[in-house]
Structure formats: structure tokens, C-alpha cells
Design a binder for this molecule. Structure first.
Ligand SMILES: [Zn+2]
Ligand SMILES: [Zn+2]
Length: 457
């Protein structure tokens, strides 16, 4: 399937590069990409060192003090006006370069509470106090790659400032993994104390081949809802179950029965997942506890599917309790992330840019990411955005895994090991071109329009 997409992409490439190069006022993509690459040859050793330093010193959500300081220093050195402490540990960096739109570029700052097992020479051995426990921390989602791309893009755009006009708004967001950092920045006046950008861009590194970019118009990532179900029974001796109401039994039934919401209530062709990832009940084998607490996550793309899943979960939990003669369970849905939905017009233009710049290495995603992303907060706040995916894995490693019918360790695995070069270079090329494509003084938007018409896709 991958091959099919590549061929389709390749067919449009030759035409696109010449069209965009010739269009009046549009960005000359081949010439600009060549200039970006020249700059990258000079700045790459610095980006590599920055990446490895951040990778070795990961920090958890809202604790990214060292990371934020490092990025603030980088951006000040480039001439950005930097404000720290936005949304607790976030930062906003602004760069004015003549009249034109304001374009936001976002990176995340945070890492994950897990031990790194990649064996890389720059692997993390860091720990942080997390929920009262000293916990291993690792950049297992690749946010360190995003930070290196973010700094590299800022440097590139400053170096090439004769080629665009407008304002850059680079933001570094805390606590993406807690699905609350974007909201913290918006609530702290990101779009009022500073300004509301005309366009927004972000990327995420994943398990596509390194050197590739993957794109999609419309829905890009899933809705995510957190779930707590507390069953209350009546505890007692494990040998006398008849005088108790067993919450472990209710929990066990619920875990199995709730999957029928997925298999029997939801349209099989629509995406939806319910996962119970945490079961907490009792301490001793011979004691029936009073309560059982289940924690889970719910994913969907479509708002109607989402509502159906939430309703089905509540109904199933109540039914289990009723069957056991127990009080109503407490079902709580926590604030998760909404789906990231790419803006149609900006996507058209951006996809045209990526195809012209990367040819067959720019691939259409067949379906959105199952994971979710709190970048959606900026979109909900009214910033038309384009969010795309960056390849991170050595194609040889991918081929080996494919031959063995296994998959490579992905984001959130302790073994996730994106290849920094060329992932960071590709990210800087793509992000710089996308930003510049929205900051062309005359006929801005022409690249995408022309590309979309001629490619016929
Ligand atoms: Zn993540
Ligand atoms: Zn992530």
C-alpha cells in the first residue's frame, strides 16, 4: 500500500516543482530548499548537540524548567523577543520582519515517565519526582526532535529573512503528554497578551521512514477522553461472598462487556477504541474489597461515535452494578484532547509545498493518527492549522521488521529511537518552507492553489 501512494505522489512531482517555481509571487521551492540545505550544513552540528543535550535531560509535564531555559537562550540569541513562564513553563518567542501575517510554530517541551531502554550513547538516565515517587524519565515521544526542528527552523527563517515578510510566533508548550499544556498557554493569554496568529504549524515524529513526511487534510488525530469508573460494593471475608457485594466481580464483567460497545453498537467501519489500562481493587487475596476503580482511555475521530461510546460506557457500568445489586457506580470522563482537524485551504497549499519539495518522500496518510494531541486547543481557539508527520525510523530497520511481520518500537515505547539525522534536517526543511509559503508578499497562497489544480488529486 505504501508503494502505491509513493507512485501516485511521484507522478505529480516534476510538474509541481516547475509550476511553483514559475508562478508569480509564489515561493520558488527548489531554490529556497537549496538555500535551507546550505544553511543546515552549517548549523546541523549545533542542532545535533542541542538534540542530544535535551534527550539526555528530559523533564516531565510542567516541570520542564531546564528545557525551557535552554530554548529561551537559543531564541534570544537569534533575535526573538522571548517571554518565559507562559502556561507555567511554556515560552513565546516573537520575531518581526515587515508587514504580513503572523505564523505560529509549536513544539512541545515534555517527556514521559518511563525508563529509556534504547542503549543509545546519549540515552536518558534521568529521574524526576512524579506523583511523590522518584521516576525514570525519557523523551520516548520524540518531543526532543521537535525542539531541535523548532530551533533549526527559527535560525533558517532568520537567515533567509529577505525571502519572506511577516511575524513569527514560535511557542514551546509544556505538558502535551498530560493533554493540558496547550490549554494552560491559551488560558494564560497566549492569543490575547501576545497575538492570535493567522496560521499555525506543528509536526510529530513517528515510525514512517526517516526522510519522509506524511500529510493529511481534515482530521489528523483522534478525540481522546479519559475514563474513571468506581464500583462500590460491600467488602468482607473472601470465604463468605454471599454476605458481600463483590466490586471486583463488577469490574471484571465491565472490562469484558464494555468491548461490546465497540463491537456491537459502533459502526464497524468507524474508528473507536476503549482501553482499560488500570485496575485498582483490594490488597489481599482473602478479602473482598469495598471498591474497585478502573481507569481507561477512549479514542474516536467522529463526534457522533464519541457520544455513542461515552453513552455505552455509562450504561454498561450502571448495568453491571444493577446486576450485582450494588449502588450506582461513579463514572467520570476527564478532559482529554479533541481531534486535530487540519484547515482545508491551508492543507491544500501546504500539501502542494510538501509534494514539490519532497516528491515521493511526501506521502498521503490513509487514516488519521489513533493517538491524540492537544494541539487541537489552538485550532478550537481559532487558528487555522496544518499538522503533519515526520518520519523517524531507518528504512532498513523498517524493512527487517516488515519481513519478520513485527513492528518497530513506536512513540511511548522505551525502545523508541528516531534517527536524528536526517529527521531533524527534513523537519527543518519542511517547516521552513511551509512557514515561508504563508509569508510571501504577493499572491500568497498561489503555490497550493496551482498545485492542487494541476495534480488533479
Ligand atoms: Zn506522546
Ligand atoms: Zn508526542
Amino acid at each position: 500500500m505504501r508503494t502505491g501512494i509513493r507512485r501516485a505522489a511521484l507522478a505529480g512531482v516534476a510538474a509541481l516543482a516547475t509550476i511553483s517555481a514559475g508562478a508569480a509571487g509564489a515561493l520558488d521551492i527548489p531554490a529556497t530548499k537549496a538555500a535551507i540545505d546550505q544553511g543546515l550544513d552549517r548549523q546541523y552540528p549545533h542542532l545535533d548537540a542541542l538534540y542530544k543535550d535535551i534527550h539526555k535531560h528530559p523533564e516531565l509535564g510542567f516541570l520542564e524548567v531546564r528545557t525551557a531555559k535552554t530554548l529561551a537562550a537559543e531564541m534570544r540569541a537569534l533575535g526573538f523577543e522571548v517571554t518565559e513562564g507562559v502556561g507555567k513553563t511554556g515560552l513565546v518567542a516573537i520575531y518581526h520582519n515587515g508587514p504580513g501575517p503572523t505564523v505560529m510554530v509549536r513544539t512541545e517541551l515534555d517527556a514521559l515517565p518511563l525508563p529509556e531502554k534504547t542503549g543509545l550513547p546519549y540515552a536518558s538516565t534521568a529521574t524526576q519526582l512524579w506523583k511523590g515517587v522518584e521516576t525514570p524519565v525519557a523523551h520516548a515521544c520524540g518531543h526532543d526532535i521537535h525542539m531541535a526542528v523548532w530551533v533549526g527552523t527559527a535560525k533558517t527563517l532568520v537567515d533567509l529573512k529577505a525571502r519572506w515578510s511577516g511575524t513569527l510566533m514560535f511557542i514551546a508548550q509544556p505538558a502535551e503528554e498530560l493533554a493540558s499544556g496547550a490549554k494552560a498557554m491559551v488560558d494564560d493569554g497566549l492569543f490575547t497578551r501576545f497575538r492570535k496568529p493567522d496560521y499555525g504549524f506543528a509536526l510529530h515524529v513517528g515510525t514512517d521512514p526517516v526522510g519522509d513526511v506524511a500529510y493529511r487534510s481534515g482530521v489528523m488525530s483522534s478525540n481522546s477522553d479519559e475514563l474513571d469508573v468506581l464500583f462500590t460494593g460491600r467488602g468482607g471475608h473472601g470465604a463468605k461472598p454471599h454476605i458481600t457485594i463483590d466490586p471486583v466481580m463488577m469490574a471484571g464483567r465491565f472490562i469484558v462487556d464494555v468491548q461490546s460497545v465497540i463491537s456491537r453498537e459502533k459502526d464497524p467501519s468507524a474508528f473507536g477504541v476503549i482501553t482499560i489500562g488500570s485496575v485498582q481493587a483490594g490488597n489481599a487475596g482473602n478479602v473482598i474489597p469495598d471498591t474497585a476503580l478502573l481507569r481507561g482511555t477512549i479514542r474516536s475521530f467522529d463526534p457522533e461515535v464519541r457520544t455513542k461510546l461515552l453513552d455505552g460506557i455509562s450504561r454498561t457500568a450502571r448495568a453491571e452494578a444493577m446486576m450485582a445489586g450494588a449502588p450506582e457506580p461513579k463514572v467520570t470522563f476527564g478532559a482529554g484532547g479533541k481531534a486535530v482537524v487540519n484547515d482545508a485551504a491551508l492543507s491544500d497549499r501546504s500539501i502542494g509545498v510538501l509534494k514539490a519539495a519532497f516528491g515521493a518522500k511526501a506521502e498521503a496518510m490513509e487514516q488519521p493518527n489513533f493517538a491524540s494531541e492537544d494541539y487541537s486547543e489552538y485550532i478550537i481557539a481559532g487558528v487555522p492549522s496544518f499538522f503533519f508527520r515526520l518520519g523517524g525510523i531507518d528504512p532498513g530497520v523498517l524493512a527487517k521488521a516488515e519481513a519478520a511481520h513485527t513492528s518497530v518500537p513506536g512513540n511511548h515505547s522505551p525502545y523508541f529511537a528516531p534517527v536524528p539525522e536526517p529527521a531533524i534536517r527534513t523537519g527543518v526543511e519542511a517547516m521552513s518552507l511551509l512557514v515561508m509559503s504563508t509569508l510571501q508578499p504577493a499572491a500568497s497562497g498561489q503555490v497550493g492553489v496551482v498545485a492542487a489544480q494541476r495534480s488533479g488529486e
